[in-house]
Write a protein that binds this ligand. Structure first.
Ligand code: NAD
Length: 487
């Protein structure tokens, strides 16, 4: 029987009184694996109030003591690594190796957050005036709500959670209602880490649950990862309510390929970027921009590599690409492919109607001669579809990259250092790859989306996360007695 998912509030597993539970199907088989509650505003209220009540004592717990719980969490995540990775594959569809990579990234963030005693340190300046010292300390902000998407159900909550709690905040995680199972498992581990009641909370739900979090007065900080329209909404609504917010949105990632790029390596890397996780990464290659005739070599090479990818259930050995997340997502992607052809692009390989099992499968699709300004040149497809556009010069390629409304990632493939440097310098995107297809920052660097891929100032991970989850306090200090003795 499908598992009925619970909320975890104030150190207890609680059954939601939600009027609606959604089925969570395995996208590779269409089998229902769980049901998830759309938790109502009263349950958000309960979680927020209890998280706020837990905050003062947690904040007073010294940072070196707080991170002991994270060391325990790291050990438990390692022990349960395969189980967590399998859970990701079953609810999300990505192949097991990708799911393992995802969990590795989640653990890295726990490791980096264990450095909080150093990362949270302030600054001190002695004698800013005679006998006067000035210093800046970092203090936690309070309760943080972490709103997450479906495509990295095991990793994205960990872009934030370890830093937030290590800094002395309490948190409420709201996983995607489409992939909520892995967080349920992760919270079974968090439960064993000895956190005081109310420090880590899990509330399942959908849009109404999110809106209740955005409006709740006990919540001080909101992080969001998901599509651009919802990111914009979350940023606007939570900011209007006086909260600090960072909201990561969608993407349309271009990769520039120069004729001097290494053919074999580039083909392999671009194929993985475009079709890994069935194109459902926010750092998936969506457009290949070939320069000065590079398409003559690369389009046939990419087509051959894409055709050879084994598509199926990600739990099976040898499978290289899984399904997309829902039947609606599959239909939307198929519609966009058709739109591309209708608007004048040329089909190179057509992955529609692959005839694989009961899941929501597509095969890799490559569309060449994508007209500038057309729907598929601009729209985030979030599926295994690579469009190819041709230009004559690096300058034109950079101009094309910069004309897009998103700025999550842009990459260049070349053996020219000069071209790579020009690209790195001029490209309007926050994550840059040079001969890299998925330029995902390590946990100690910020995940730096730009333009419509990000709303806010401080990003996820590393030092940015520490700054986001703390507020600075500056103290200007004078002691008359000692001053008189001294002078
Ligand atoms: P989504 O926007 O549909 O959902 C994200 C979260 O928002 C979920 O928790 C969902 O419950 C909630 N939500 C959905 N509609 C809402 C509404 N109207 N009001 C309030 N809350 C709402 O995103 P998704 O489909 O789960 O994820 C895929 C998207 O996320 C893609 O656009 C992808 O590019 C993006 N993404 C971006 C990054 C990044 O780092 N920039 C990383 C991963 C995914």
């Amino acid at each position: 029987m499908a598992e009925k998912l619970l909320n975890y509030i104030n150190g207890e597993w609680r059954e939601s009184k939600a009027a609606t539970y959604l089925d969570v199907p395995n996208p590779a088989t269409n089998e229902v694996i769980a049901t998830v509650p759309l938790s109502p505003a009263e349950e958000v209220d309960e979680a927020a109030r209890l998280a706020k009540a837990a905050f003062p004592a947690w904040r007073r717990t010294p940072a070196p003591a707080r991170i002991q719980h994270l060391f325990k969490l790291k050990a438990l995540m390692e022990e349960n690594f395969e189980d967590l990775a399998r859970s990701i594959t079953i609810e999300n569809g990505k192949v097991l190796d990708d799911a393992r990579g995802e969990m590795r990234r989640a653990i890295e963030n726990v490791e980096v957050a264990c450095g909080i005693p150093t990362m949270m340190m302030g600054d001190f300046a002695e004698d800013v005036a005679r006998g006067v010292d000035e210093y800046m300390i970092r203090q936690p902000v309070g309760v943080a709500a972490l709103i997450c998407p479906f495509n990295f159900p095991g990793m994205i909550p960990f872009w934030y959670l370890p830093y937030a709690i290590a800094c002395g905040n309490t948190v409420i995680v709201k996983p995607s209602e489409r992939c909520p199972v892995t967080m349920q498992k992760a919270f079974r581990l968090l439960e064993q880490c000895g956190f005081p009641k109310g420090v880590v909370n899990l509330v399942n739900g959908g849009a109404d649950t999110v809106n209740a979090l955005l409006d709740h007065p006990a919540i001080s900080a909101v992080t969001f990862v998901g599509s651009t329209p919802v990111a914009r909404h979350v940023y606007a609504r939570a900011s209007a309510n006086g909260k600090r917010v960072q909201a990561q949105g969608g993407a349309k990632n271009p990769l520039i390929i120069l004729p001097d790029a290494d053919v074999n390596l580039t083909t392999r890397i671009v194929t993985d970027s475009a079709f890994g996780n069935a194109g459902q990464r926010c750092l998936a290659a969506s457009l290949a921009v070939t320069v000065a005739g590079a398409e003559q070599t690369f389009v046939p090479a990419l087509a051959e590599a894409a055709r050879s990818l084994v598509v199926g259930n990600g739990l099976q050995q040898g499978v290289q690409m899984g399904p997309v997340i829902t039947p609606q997502s599959k239909a939307r992607i198929e519609g966009l492919i058709q739109k591309g052809i209708d608007e004048g692009a040329e089909m190179v390989i057509d992955g529609r109607n692959p005839g694989i099992g009961d899941g929501y499968f597509l095969k890799p699709t490559i569309i060449a001669d994508v007209p500038p300004g057309s729907t598929i040149a601009r729209t985030e497809i979030f599926g295994p579809v690579l469009g190819v556009m041709r230009v004559d010069t690096v300058e034109e390629a950079i101009a094309l990259v910069n004309s897009g409304e998103y700025g999550n990632m842009a990459c260049i493939f070349t053996s020219s250092g000069a071209a790579a440097r020009q690209f790195r310098y001029e490209a309007d995107a926050g994550n840059i790859g040079v001969n890299i297809g998925v330029a995902a920052p390590m946990a100690f660097f910020p995940f730096s989306g730009w333009k419509n891929s990000f709303f806010g100032t401080l990003h996820a991970q590393g030092k940015h996360a520490v700054e986001f989850f703390t507020q600075t306090k500056v103290v200007v200090e004078r002691w008359f007695e000692s001053w008189e003795r001294k002078f």
